[in-house]
Design a protein around this ligand. Structure first.
Ligand code: 13P
Length: 253
């Protein structure tokens, strides 16, 4: 049985004051016995403060991206070693916005996945096709190749701890969600690609999230699918009521 993982990707939203009051509201609303892993990925300047605020709560804190090197002359970047040193537990890697605007490639994502494991960070590896690729019926091929490249050289032991987020680019921030069965079909394909790379037991252990216009109204049907183990949520993670509802939905699967 895979433990559901509900993660909020705040992207470039909220001030420090808004971030800290969100955490207080969310932790006040969340049932302590929440069954899902509940993760908030705030902008980098708030990570350390939110890690502190999350102590003793069911909420875990993740970063939205990171550099692949431990340190160096990389102005503006944040390293895996820095994230580890402030108690961050997870990191989103290869989000389509990073691939689109910051030239992240399958190769750099792979280096970052390796760096994450080297620093005991759980990577949330994002994959997904564009609308053009979906219409050309290339979804399985594109997503399969992104997964294979991201996991290249990753050991069985590490792979088990990974999270993959299937985020069709055309469903992000558009209000257009993939149907639950379409999303599940791609998530099942991702698992089958992992099965080609690893033991069945490992492929079965990897948690696969769906992301793209997930809201309290549609999370139930998504989580009811066999290969969807959680959600990576943008817009609906910005409001404590809606994010608490999503976290609770993840607890009742
Ligand atoms: P939305 O939930 O706003 O569509 O964003 C999805 C996303 O990109 C999460 O990483």
């Amino acid at each position: 049985m895979r433990k559901p993982i509900i993660a909020g990707n705040w992207k470039m939203y909220k001030t420090m004051q808004e971030a800290t009051s969100f955490m207080e509201e969310l932790t006040g609303k969340l049932d302590r016995s929440v069954q899902a892993d509940v993760v908030i990925c705030p902008p980098a300047p708030y990570l350390a403060v939110l890690v502190e605020k999350s102590e003793g709560t069911p909420v875990q804190i993740g970063a939205q991206t990171m550099h692949e090197e431990d340190e160096g002359a990389f102005t503006g970047e944040v390293s895996p070693r820095m994230l580890q040193s402030i108690g961050v537990g997870l990191v989103i890697l290869g989000h389509s916005e990073r691939r689109q605007y910051y030239n992240e490639t399958d190769e750099s994502v792979n280096r970052k996945v390796k760096a994450a494991f080297a620093h005991e960070l759980t990577p949330i590896v994002c994959v997904g096709e564009t609308l053009e690729q979906r219409e050309a019926e290339q979804t399985a091929e594109i997503v399969g190749s992104q997964v294979k490249k991201a996991f290249d050289g990753i050991s069985e032991e590490d792979a088990k701890r990974a999270v993959v987020a299937y985020e069709p680019v055309w469903a992000i921030g558009t209000g257009r969600t993939a149907t639950a069965s379409d999303a599940n079909e791609v998530c099942a394909h991702i698992r089958s690609v992992l099965k080609d790379l690893y033991l069945d037991e490992t492929a079965q252990a990897v948690r696969i999230q769906y992301g793209g216009s997930v809201k309290p109204a549609n999370i139930g049907e998504l989580l009811a699918e066999s290969d969807i183990d959680g959600a990576l949520v943008g817009g609906a993670s910005l409001d404590p009521d809606s994010f608490a509802a999503l976290a609770e939905a993840g607890s009742h699967e």
